[in-house]
Design a protein around this ligand. Structure first.
Ligand code: ADP
Length: 394
């Protein structure tokens, strides 16, 4: 069977999925990852029906870094029978100011993507590592880069900029926005399940470990809560969300923290984890009796509702509000608490539908349709990859 391999490479995990192609349609075949790179490496993969294909642990030094994880994953993937690799699709966090679409990768494109490394130093090098390796090993297999930023590139300049001297914008200091593959998938899915709403004004809340919201008009992104980096906007598992830049200046100039220490604080020690002092994991916080856990949740809900209001203003009202990602898809109590703060927009929750995990959780009289749409960034990458290799073949 012809197949597309989708790769999402991070610093502590390498995720991969295999999609089969039959009659130009994609079906997920395998889902896997190597987690705990450098600490407790573990390769796990399942077939689409849930059957376990591999579950193997390694010594920390055996899979000590991302290149070693790529090698281990490759070794295992080569044992998979029955797939003819036609292309590899990669999640690449930053498409810089240039890429508003996924792109077939060649050495020129790769050099340009590498030049965005300083825009996303924690993510971009990891995203590019498997591309380089596959180029060396399998130069004939086409590779496609799909960006988290691309979906937002159509924002008008006056919404895309910071109020800084113009030269900074020209140097790339812009509000890029992220989670674009998730929003693009949700927009397509909404068009299937609620086409009328999809044509209108929609706010999508991607609430996972990373969290952001996006305002869609007619299925296109017009605003997002994230900006130059994936630190801005909503509080997240370990990131603070919106923060007065004066805090950063204070920490550096008055508290003597190094830029690296501040970066570590903002990426790894803040958000729900920092506020609660308990966990970055919403499930654990919801299960905890500790007042600090409910305090962190209250802050999260507060910031979500403020940002929803901001995006409603960007759209001039909303027709639909969509929950997606780990928290959005699975947590009825968090959804209920956010919707409670959207009553002024005309949102009315159907508590039974919400508790039951229904796809539509608003009442029949709600002025805002409330949807829960499971996201699928990997399928979005596979779709883009297939479309690009087909257009190349045409
Ligand atoms: P990422 O892909 O960014 O790692 P996910 O979209 O998987 O993140 O979301 C992870 C978050 O979703 C975690 O905070 C986790 O606790 C939360 N989550 C998953 N299931 C539930 C649930 N049933 N109730 C509350 N939170 C949940």
């Amino acid at each position: 069977m012809d197949a597309i391999l989708v790769i999402n490479a991070g610093s502590s995990s390498l995720k991969f999925q295999v999609f089969g192609i039959a009659d130009a349609k994609l079906t997920r075949q395998v889902r896997g990852q190597i987690g705990g790179i450098g600490t407790r490496p573990r390769l796990q993969a399942k077939r689409a029906d849930g059957a376990v294909l591999v579950d193997q642990s390694y010594a920390a030094e055996a899979v000590g870094d991302l290149p070693a994880a790529i090698a281990a994953a490759r070794e295992w993937l080569l044992t998979l029978d029955g797939f003819e690799l036609r292309a590899i699709g990669h999640r690449v966090v930053h498409g810089g100011p240039d890429y508003a679409q996924p792109v077939l990768i060649d050495t020129t494109v790769l050099d340009r993507l590498a030049s965005y490394q300083d825009l996303a130093p924690l993510h971009q090098p990891n995203n590019l590592a498997p591309i380089r390796l596959a180029m060396e090993i399998n130069p004939d297999v086409p590779q496609v880069a799909c960006f988290d930023t691309a979906f937002h590139r159509g924002h008008p300049e006056h919404t895309d900029c910071y109020a800084l001297p113009r030269a900074f914008y020209d140097q790339g200091v812009r509000r890029y926005g992220f989670h674009g593959l998730s929003y693009e998938y949700v927009a397509e899915r909404l068009n299937e399940i609620a086409p009328e709403a999809a044509r209108g004004k929609v706010v999508v809340a991607h609430l996972g470990s990373g969290a952001s919201m996006c305002a869609l008009r007619g299925g296109r992104s017009v605003e997002s809560t994230m900006g130059f980096t994936a630190l801005d906007g909503l509080p997240m598992g370990t990131r603070p969300g919106q923060l007065d830049p004066g805090v950063v200046l204070y920490l550096i100039s008055e508290k003597g923290m190094s830029a690296n220490a501040v970066s570590d604080l903002l990426y790894h020690e803040a958000g729900l984890k920092g506020l609660s002092g308990i966990s970055n994991d919403m499930r654990e916080l919801l299960a905890s009796d500790e007042p600090r856990a409910s305090f962190a949740i209250a802050h999260f809900v507060h910031r979500c509702s403020l940002n929803a209001g901001m995006l409603a203003a960007a759209l001039g009202g909303i027709d639909a509000f969509v929950f997606t990602a780990g928290v959005g898809e699975n947590s009825a109590p968090i959804r209920a608490r956010i919707v409670e703060r959207l009553t002024w927009l005309g949102a009315e929750l159907d508590p039974a539908a919400n508790e039951a995990g229904a796809a539509l959780i608003s009442t029949a009289t709600s002025r805002v349709a409330l949807h829960v749409v499971p996201t699928d960034e990997e399928l979005m990458i596979a779709r883009h990859t297939l479309a690009l290799i087909r257009s190349r073949a045409a």
